[in-house]
Design a protein around this ligand. Structure first.
Ligand SMILES: C[C@H](O)[C@H](O)[C@H]1CNC2=NC(N)=NC(=O)C2=N1
Length: 97
């Protein structure tokens, strides 16, 4: 009982609505890089994203180096992008808006 991978058209529409995010991994994921003032700010952001991930039951693939956080979103159950990734990206964007 998987969730559907977005079609090419759906993917393009989702991306158009997420100007800060770029397609990565051959279109199987979207990614965004965040830069903060320092590690404390970056980790505070990651804490908030972690709580979001739990409420969405949708978890990022990410890395952090000092003040930088790189996030990639993909849906393992779909083998690529799904509407859950778009929803999660919107929710993450709202944290830093
Ligand atoms: C059992 C649990 O609901 C699933 O494993 C969820 C958890 N978080 C997830 N996160 C992501 N990115 N993709 C998934 O398919 C996924 N599935």
């Amino acid at each position: 009982m998987g969730i559907a991978e977005l079609t090419g058209t759906e993917r393009d529409e989702a991306l158009a609505a997420l100007p800060e995010w770029a397609l990565v991994r051959d279109g199987k994921a979207i990614g965004r890089r965040f830069v903060f003032a320092d590690f404390s700010e970056a980790f505070a952001f990651m804490t908030r994203v972690a709580l979001l991930a739990e409420t969405h039951d949708h978890h990022p693939e990410w890395s952090n180096v000092y003040n930088r956080v790189e996030i990639e979103l993909t849906t393992h159950d779909a083998g690529g992008l799904s509407k859950r990734d778009a929803a999660m990206a919107r929710a993450i964007d709202a944290l830093v808006a």
